[in-house]
Design a protein around this ligand. Structure first.
Ligand SMILES: NCc1[nH]cc(CCC(=O)O)c1CC(=O)O
Length: 355
């Protein structure tokens, strides 16, 4: 190919990866990520968009976390929180300028000094069944062994197929897929992760969100920035280019359900929001761990990205839906330890009986 300078070349993204710390330098923007194949794939997409929008070279700074090096189980280390806090520490320490997370892994509470600056266009939010021999959930034989490490997926599987044997599952995507056809008949994973890794062929069924509402924020990425940099260039421009208003609103509405419920309900929560005909619509489900009880609520509020007030809508909608779940007895099917039913949520409305 002949080397020729064109306007397009000037904006062609320049992205590289570094496994060692990288000093701040003019012309560079450093983006922190975990080192897993999925995290790197996600961050590479973000880095290309950042470089194209700013003209800067984007460097993926791989942040090794305790969770990546330890042989202890995630539960022993305190859940996925260990991955998140190592990346946030790197951001606060100035070792990177932006950090990319899977939104569903971020705790719902605020983090002092850090803001979510952008939520890029979302991938497929659905859960995927990856079964042997191309089987769907319906076609799995009675008593089939299905692996998942998620209490929500386990509860939803039990609700839909009480005969299945749900098996606890850990490890990265490839480790999990390797068990299909070995000691398991199927595993459930996020479509988003499989799609981003180019492993679509492993998917034998994408569960409809109406039957299996996914984890709040599933399929969405969060790009975090130091609060001080939020309105400063080149970060503000990069974040504006990355953000997708509908993905942002939907994911925040789903997370607001989770944040509101967390106070009084330990049951698994699925939530799915979308923008449709000028409204932000949100559907959420709480499932008892044994899958025997399901509480579902749906609501919507007018939403228009051009309206300056639109940023407050997701939170309002999420709270409304969570309140309605409480009203129907969400806290009764799996109360938080130490909380009195009915006393744990704003408004103090009556908890209904279990359904
Ligand atoms: N908790 C692990 C995790 N965090 C994000 C994803 C997938 C990508 C996404 O949901 O955005 C996964 C794997 C999975 O649930 O299968």
């Amino acid at each position: 190919m002949t080397a020729r300078t064109t306007a397009a070349d000037a904006q062609a993204p320049r992205v590289r990866r570094s496994d060692a710390p990288v000093a701040a330098a003019p012309g560079l923007i450093r983006i922190g990520t975990r080192g897993s194949a999925l995290a790197v794939a996600q961050c590479t997409t973000v880095a290309r968009a950042v470089s194209a929008a700013t003209g800067l070279e984007a460097v993926l700074v791989i942040v090794t976390t305790q969770g990546d090096v330890s042989r202890a189980s995630l539960a022993q280390l305190g859940g996925t929180g260990v991955f998140v806090s190592a990346l946030r520490d790197a951001l606060l320490a100035g070792e990177c300028d932006l950090a990319v997370h899977s939104l569903k892994d971020l705790p719902t509470g605020p983090c002092p000094g850090i803001e979510i600056g952008a939520i890029p266009p979302r991938a497929d939010a659905r859960d995927a069944l990856c079964a042997r021999d191309g089987l769907t959930l319906e076609a799995l034989p009675a008593g089939a062994r299905v692996g998942t490490g998620s209490p929500r997926r386990a509860a939803q599987l039990r609700a839909r197929r009480s005969d299945l044997e749900v098996v606890d599952l850990r490890g990265n995507v490839d480790t999990r897929l390797a068990r299909v056809g070995a000691d398991l008949d199927a595993v459930v994973l996020a479509c988003a992760g499989l799609d981003r890794l180019g492993r679509q062929t492993a998917i034998t069924e994408r569960f409809p969100l109406a039957e299996a509402p996914a984890a709040p924020g599933q399929g969405a990425l969060a790009v975090e920035v130091r609060a001080d940099d939020l309105a400063r260039e080149p970060y503000a421009g990069a974040l504006a280019a990355l953000d997708d208003a509908e993905s942002h609103a939907s994911a925040l509405a789903e997370r607001a359900v989770l944040a509101t419920l967390e106070a009084g309900c330990a049951a698994p929560v699925g939530a799915t929001a979308r923008v449709e005909s000028g409204r932000l619509a949100l559907r959420a489900e709480v499932t008892s761990l044994d899958g025997a009880q399901r509480i579902v609520t749906e609501d919507a509020l007018p939403w228009d990205a051009a309206d300056p007030g639109h940023r407050r809508i997701p939170e309002r909608l999420g709270r409304l839906v969570a309140q309605s779940l409480f009203d129907q007895g969400a806290a009764m099917i799996a109360p938080r330890a130490g909380t009195a039913p009915g006393a744990e949520h704003p408004g103090g409305s009556r908890p209904g009986g279990p359904r």
